[in-house]
Each structure stands twice: as structure tokens, then as C-alpha cells.
Design a protein around this ligand. Structure first.
Ligand code: FES
Ligand code: FES
Length: 157
């Protein structure tokens, strides 16, 4: 089947998509958007978090056909309105707070943090932890990630 998706504001098509193929596979393997990571492919780790029509989801759990005709925004699109080469404030905060180690969880955490701060510009620590509960990190122990979210929130307010 052919799948047409507006990805980061641009209409994209993928042909010969198998019915069971995931949105994550289509993004990474057919559209060359490798920012969303494939770590578990079971909806457990959140490293593949993207927006589907403005609601975050695990792209590994969405069949590509379900995204047909819809909007998807990935980590690559976070800084669409910034200058080229410039990081989004959430990305910058993760770098500065030392919240990136192996980086595998980072794209999903960036999208989840972006979503949290769009809904709640001043979350407390328990709200941050709850919002990021679906995003697993094997490296940082989470403290630096929470620091990064606080820093990003401060800068975006
Ligand atoms: S790869 Fe999708 S939740 Fe882990
Ligand atoms: S930085 Fe390695 S899994 Fe989070």
C-alpha cells in the first residue's frame, strides 16, 4: 500500500508498505528520519516517541497505515522554526545539563519534554517524572534529565 504522511510539515509518500509495518520503520527506513530510535519495538522504552496529530505516541506501536493522511512530527522537526544549526531550547538544555550519555533515549525524551512544556510551562518535579515515566534511560539515573527539563522550562517561560 502507499502511505502519505505530512512529516514535519512536508508531505511524504512511501510505496509498497506492508500492512504490518510500523510507523517507526517507515520513518527510519523509508524516509531516512533516523532520529526516532528503535530500542525495544514493544512500546516499553519511549525512544521512538513522535507526535501523531499533536498527540505523542510510540511510533513502534502505530501501524504505518494508521498514520496515512495524518500529521507526524518527529525529533528532527523540533526546531523547524529556529535557524539552521541552532538547537531547540529543550535540546540545548539537555546538552548543557549533561542529560545525554549514550543518547539512545534522548530523541524520545526531547519530544516528551517538548510536549510536557507545551501543556505545562512550569511543571514541578513530580509532574516532570510522571510526564517522562514512559521514557526509559539506562545511563543517566534520570537526575540530569530532570535538571534539563527544569532548565528548558525556565528558558521557555
Ligand atoms: S522502540 Fe518504541 S517504545 Fe521502545
Ligand atoms: S543516555 Fe543512554 S539510555 Fe539514556
Amino acid at each position: 500500500m502507499r502511505v502519505t504522511i505530512t512529516v514535519n510539515g512536508e508531505r511524504r509518500e512511501a510505496d509498497d508498505v506492508w500492512e504490518g509495518e510500523s510507523l517507526l520503520y517507515v520513518l527510519r527506513e523509508r524516509m531516512g528520519l533516523s532520529g526516532s530510535k528503535n530500542a525495544c519495538e514493544q512500546g516499553e522504552c519511549g525512544s521512538c516517541t513522535v507526535y501523531l496529530d499533536d498527540v505523542t505516541c510510540c511510533a513502534c506501536l502505530v501501524a504505518a497505515g494508521q498514520a496515512d493522511g495524518r500529521r507526524v512530527d518527529t525529533v528532527e522537526g523540533l526546531n523547524q522554526h529556529g535557524s539552521e544549526g541552532e538547537l531547540h531550547p529543550v535540546q540545548q538544555a539537555f546538552v548543557e545539563a549533561g542529560a545525554v550519555q549514550c543518547g539512545f533515549c534522548t530523541p524520545g525524551l526531547l519530544v516528551a519534554t517538548h510536549d510536557l512544556l507545551a501543556r505545562d510551562p512550569d511543571p514541578d518535579d513530580s509532574e516532570i517524572r510522571e510526564a517522562l515515566a514512559g521514557n526509559l534511560c539506562r545511563c543517566t539515573g534520570y537526575e540530569k534529565i530532570i535538571d534539563a527539563v527544569r532548565l528548558a522550562a525556565e528558558r521557555l517561560r
